[in-house]
Design a protein around this ligand. Structure first.
Ligand code: ATP
Ligand code: MG
Length: 437
């Protein structure tokens, strides 16, 4: 029979990789907590309408990337292509705004977009998603951007570049859209099919088109920053002031509009030169107005999404220090010793020690090899003699030293192992003793 394989663009995250994933997630939780964020978990499936209304009908995501299907009850459902719409739906549905003036929420998990798979671009990918809801104060924008950059730098990401822009608001954007439409009208014939179609209802989409021809055409277009109303101008100026005061480096990119319709005022992207063409690690912006569009009261908000796959591919190996190797390998000689060690091994687990043992009846030499390969710090060797004497030799696989330990009491043995690992170990990241906070 043929082997069943995974879907194109859907990737397994294998045990060797999940170490890095967990390390990033742990770090995120820790830093987010410092900034007062709370975790929310929302479903992967939602009503299609949530995304078509939330993200916008004329976006790439809604037009051609969503996994949408009709379920057996006849409802149109969609696997979430991003998290913001779902988080806001939940925020509104549960009336969170009634109890808190500002809600800071984060969530992590898979997103689904039917794009052309390539390096750094998958059909199921993962995001860390953050939303600050309840205030339009540019201080909040500043804090959010500070936190984002702080988190990425903390992970050791190289060559980061924060680009910011303001996309205006319903007071000033319509006039700007009109100017862009006029600007592009004469060269309409040279735009790609999508952009031509969108020119009427959403000319700003051309700014986000990845098509080379469209990029060239949009090059000399009017700049949105010249068309901002007084309030948007003021908001952007204040944000830049806060970023400066917080020591966050940024560049202004007046051409950036982002791929979702809901953004208003602040929009931003973090890119890196180390990623090649899929160079965006994170993106986001302010979306005042989205809550109303989803049927709730008018509550301003700002958020971002970080792409986990791209993020992880950028972390230097030296920063991935989590070593999850077992602390103790118990090598056994003979069937009885295996029985004895099997029970001892499980008793030690109960006492907090990660142990490994072999059931395959191989020789001592190959058991030692396996211990080495697994990166176990210690190996305990148990045969007939050791069982009778309730004493065994513990080999320190790193130092090459050996000492005799009592097997009488698993709890005491566990304590002794922890003590040895802690004192002999000035090198962080070794085995399960290290608390990676
Ligand atoms: P891009 O311009 O690369 O298509 P985007 O603007 O569509 O990105 P967002 O919707 O803002 O991306 O999502 C935020 C982040 O999620 C991106 O910066 C990227 O790191 C990641 N991301 C988006 N789409 C994918 C994908 N198909 N595969 C892997 N990561 C992705
Ligand atoms: Mg995209």
């Amino acid at each position: 029979m043929t082997l069943i394989t995974s879907l194109r663009g859907f990737k397994d995250i294998l045990p060797d990789e999940t170490v890095a994933w967990r390390q990033v997630e742990t770090r995120a939780r820790l830093i987010f907590a410092r900034f007062g964020l709370r975790e929310i978990r929302v479903p992967i499936l939602e009503k299609t309408e949530l995304f078509s209304r939330g993200i916008g009908d004329a976006t790439d995501i809604v037009e051609k990337e969503m996994y949408t299907f009709t379920d057996r009850g006849g409802d149109s459902l969609t696997m979430r292509p991003e998290a913001t719409a779902s988080v806001i739906r939940s925020y509104l549905e549960h009336g969170m705004y009634q109890s808190e003036s500002v809600s800071k929420l984060y969530t992590m998990g898979p997103m689904f977009r039917r794009e052309r798979p390539q390096k750094g671009r998958y059909r199921q990918f993962h995001q860390i998603n953050v939303e600050f809801l309840g205030s339009e104060d540019p201080r909040l924008d500043g804090e959010l951007l500070f936190m984002l950059v702080f988190f990425l730098e903390d992970l050791g990401l190289p060559d980061l570049r924060l680009e910011i822009n303001s996309l205006g608001c319903p007071a000033c954007r319509p006039a700007f859209k009109e100017r862009v439409r006029e600007f592009l009208d004469s060269s309409k014939g040279r735009l790609c099919e999508d952009c031509r179609r969108r020119l009427d209802n959403n000319p700003l989409r051309v700014f986000d088109c990845k098509n080379e021809g469209c990029r060239i055409l949009i090059d000399g277009a009017p700049a949105i920053l010249d068309s901002l109303c007084g309030e948007c101008e003021d908001h952007f100026t204040r944000l830049r002031g806060y970023l400066k005061a917080l020591g966050v480096d940024y560049v202004i990119n007046g051409m950036m509009v982002r791929g979702l319709d809901y953004y208003r005022r602040t929009a931003f992207e973090v890119t890196t030169t180390s990623l090649g063409s899929q160079n965006a690690v994170a993106g986001g912006g302010r979306y005042d107005g989205l809550t109303e569009q989803l049927g709730g009261p008018d509550i301003p908000g700002i958020g971002f999404a970080i792409g986990m796959e791209r993020l992880i591919s950028l972390i230097p190996d030296s920063n991935l220090g989590l070593n999850e190797s077992p602390l103790l390998y118990i090598a056994t000689l003979g069937e009885d010793a295996l029985d004895f060690s099997y029970l001892l091994s499980i008793s030690l687990k109960k006492e907090g020690i990660t142990t490994e043992i072999d059931f395959s009846d191989r020789g001592l030499k190959s058991q030692m090899k396996r211990s080495n390969r697994l990166g176990c710090r210690f190996t305990l060797i148990i045969g007939e003699n050791e069982m009778t004497l309730k004493k065994a030799e513990l080999r320190d696989m790193k130092e090459g030293t050996q000492r005799s330990l009592s097997l009488e009491n698993p709890a005491e043995l566990a304590l002794e192992l922890s003590r040895l690992a802690a004192t002999a170990d000035n090198d962080p990241g070794n085995n399960n003793i290290r608390n990676n906070n």
